[in-house]
Design a binder for this molecule. Structure first.
Ligand code: CP
Length: 304
């Protein structure tokens, strides 16, 4: 039962609940404008920058006929006067039926859900989780591959700090996928994610050279090196150009290969890839609207 629930980690929803969201999103893809939440006010609290997550949530809210309040940075809020996260949440819950929050600190979304009387959706908390991105990634993979089961998936780039990678790997462990992790030594996938895979008797392999995995996989999930998470700028300079995917590297691929990226990109996918049939990242961003419509509808208990 999703109604009334918060979504903080992808594991807060069962595999069946995740699939229910994907199926409902398909209905919104067929017809997006459905004014089924006309009396709801939804808060979007972004303590950290965002383009896609915030705007696709706000687009989803508009297409559902609801209203939104909130902020896209804290410079004009009472956070500047020293207000605590707890007090911000205890205040915003008075004004809204659901809170969507992005925050730079891992664990902040869970904390917000524990003090809030209205459901909280985690729109990204530090390097921890980004569960709504995971659902739209699952939707994009299922749509392009026909199913989520038994796929070979390469994750490339910043696997240490990339929260979208952490959530998506955990979700795909329910679907018997095989993982190829490609990263610089300094940015390898965290040990706890490797344990998570092993505990489920699934396999993964680790690489530093992207070219080794390109011919083998159904999905390449590119990620940006997350400059903002490095404490030492020199460490970022060392790894910032580790992977740059260009069209010439895609000469020997599976026919069903699709390239995903949660975006924003810096330089890790050359623009000459954008018009190839394998490039799916901008449609992936569009899918975020349908997924977020499905989530808001389910959590707020509306019917199509
Ligand atoms: N994918 C994603 O989270 O993008 P934004 O940071 O622009 O929201």
């Amino acid at each position: 039962m999703i109604q009334g629930k918060s979504l903080i980690s992808i594991n807060d929803f069962s595999k069946e609940e995740q699939i229910d969201i994907l199926n409902l999103a398909e209905e919104f893809e067929k017809k997006s404008n459905r004014h089924i939440l006309p009396n709801h006010v939804i808060a979007t609290l972004f303590f950290e920058p965002s383009t896609r997550t915030r705007l696709s949530f706000e687009s989803a809210i508009c297409r559902l006929g609801a209203k939104y309040i909130g902020f896209s940075d804290t410079s004009s809020t009472s956070v500047q006067k020293g207000e605590s996260l707890r007090d911000t949440i205890k205040t915003v819950e008075q004004y809204s039926d659901l809170i969507i929050m992005r925050h730079p600190k891992a664990g902040s979304a869970r904390f917000a859900s524990e003090v809030s009387n209205v459901p909280v959706i985690n729109a990204g908390d530090g390097a921890n989780q980004h569960p709504t991105q995971t659902l739209l990634d699952m939707y994009s993979i299922r749509k392009t591959q026909g199913a989520l089961n038994d796929l070979n998936i390469a994750f490339v780039g910043d696997l240490k700090y990339g929260r979208t990678v952490h959530s998506l790997v955990m979700a795909l462990c329910n679907f018997n996928c095989n993982f190829y992790f490609v990263s610089p030594q300094e940015l390898k996938i965290p040990t706890e994610i490797k344990y998570y895979i092993k505990e489920r008797n699934l396999t993964y392999s680790q690489f530093t050279n992207m070219n080794e995995v390109i011919p083998k996989v159904d999905i390449i999930y590119m990620t940006r090196i997350q400059r903002e998470r490095f404490s030492d700028p020199l460490e970022y300079e060392k790894v910032k150009n580790s992977y740059i995917l260009n069209s010439e590297m895609l000469y020997d691929t599976k026919p069903n290969l699709k390239i995903l990226h949660p975006l924003p990109r810096v330089n890790e996918i050359s623009e000459d890839v954008d018009n190839l049939k394998e490039a799916y990242y901008f449609t992936q961003a569009l899918n975020g609207v349908y997924i977020r419509q499905a989530l808001l509808t389910s959590i707020l208990g509306a019917k199509l």
